[in-house]
Design a binder for this molecule. Structure first.
Ligand code: SF4
Length: 364
């Protein structure tokens, strides 16, 4: 039953949100014993602050370590390797993980310098770093964001950070999708803590963050990535590594069977990061009034899908969104707050894939 859970928490106090979400998930109850070797795997792809939309906020690691220590676990490390062309230690400093490791006395293992072993990953020979293979419980901590080649990147693709650099180059020659799916048959995904705070529109290295101010929890990496597809306006079938991972038995993409667990409700927190010109251009089609970040972010992702299809042309009425429209009338709006509008999409917050369909059918 736990495998089907999707945990949601909204807000801007990311460290305490993490602790609350892990408490609600009862993560401690899933870890075999107090001496279990626990590894945290954030996404530190490049030397950037998390506000750029590429890397996992350090507060998620800090909250996770505090939670684990408070529950009696002490064998904890953080592991990661940045992408080819970036030194991991530069990324660690830029994203604040050096301070987290110092403060909590937790080692950081740079997987670019780790030894590795070749594994049989359901018919594919793939090399995996030994620290990742030796971990007995892995908390995968990806950023929910877009990717120019694979459309989305989250739990399954984040594990590309536990392989040696030579292998990363080889994955690209194999088209990425197949090796990513097979890799996830040999690496652990015991819990997935998703940074859905401000992931990028479509680039792994960030640059166009979309503010959502949300942290998510999953027990199944395939369910996680299927949810991410819908959050960003894609159907899971559009991402080959996801469907292949499901066929290989890594998990289930069946969102109809998922069980949402809301630790709190979305609320209007105000804009905390500034929009880039590209996101601002998309936001120009919306008329927000006290919109919750998760709702507004979903609309931005949907508008981005429309633009990439060449459908954002001509004059249209603005799409209203936000709590300021509760009980008000108008032409077109998304989210349950606009339920009195002539055309309104239900949901609190609706997913980008639903907004996309609604706008395609009703926004003329
Ligand atoms: S529908 Fe209203 S309350 Fe719900 S997430 Fe959107 S803006 Fe917030």
């Amino acid at each position: 039953m736990k495998k089907k859970e999707i945990l949601f928490i909204h807000g801007t106090d990311y460290k305490n949100m993490t602790k609350k979400l892990l408490e609600r998930a009862n993560l401690a109850g899933a870890i075999p014993h107090r001496d279990t070797k626990i590894a945290l795997k954030p996404n530190l792809v490049a030397a950037q602050d998390a506000s750029n939309g590429a890397t996992t906020h350090w507060e998620l690691a800090a909250g996770t370590i505090e939670y684990l220590k408070e529950h009696g676990f002490s064998s904890i490390l953080i592991m990661e390797s940045s992408w080819v062309g970036e030194k991991t230690d530069r990324s660690v400093r830029a994203s604040g993980y050096d301070k987290v490791c110092r403060e909590y006395q937790v080692p950081f293992v740079d997987l670019q310098k780790d030894s590795y072993t070749e594994c049989d990953a359901r018919g594919m020979k793939l090399k995996v770093c030994d620290t990742a293979l030796q971990a007995e419980f892995v908390i995968n901590m990806p950023v929910l964001k877009g990717h120019c080649q694979t459309k989305i990147t989250c739990a399954l693709k984040n594990n590309k950070g536990v392989i040696p650099n030579s292998e990363k180059r080889r994955y690209h020659t194999m088209g990425l999708h197949k090796p990513i799916a097979h890799l996830n048959t040999v690496v652990r995904n015991d819990f997935i803590l998703v940074d859905n705070i401000c992931g990028d529109l479509d680039f792994e290295e960030g640059g166009n963050p979309v503010e959502m101010n949300r942290i998510l929890g999953f027990w199944d990496p395939v369910l996680c990535d299927a949810f991410v597809c819908e959050t960003m306006g894609y159907r899971p079938e559009e991402v080959s590594y996801l469907t292949l991972a499901e066929k290989l038995g890594v998990g289930s993409a069946d969102l109809s069977q998922s069980r949402p667990v809301f630790v709190n409700q979305p609320e209007h927190t105000g804009q905390t990061i500034s929009m880039t010109r590209r996101v601002e251009k998309l936001a120009g089609y919306a008329r927000p009034k006290d919109a919750c970040s998760a709702c507004y972010g979903s609309l931005i992702y949907a508008l981005d899908r429309l633009e990439s299809r060449g459908c954002l042309k001509g004059k249209r009425p603005p799409v209203c969104i936000g709590q300021g429209y509760k009980g008000k009338t108008g032409e077109i709006g998304v989210g349950q707050c606009t339920s009195c509008f002539q055309k309104s999409l239900k949901g609190c917050p609706p997913k980008a894939v639903e907004i996309l369909k609604f706008l395609e059918e009703n926004w003329k």
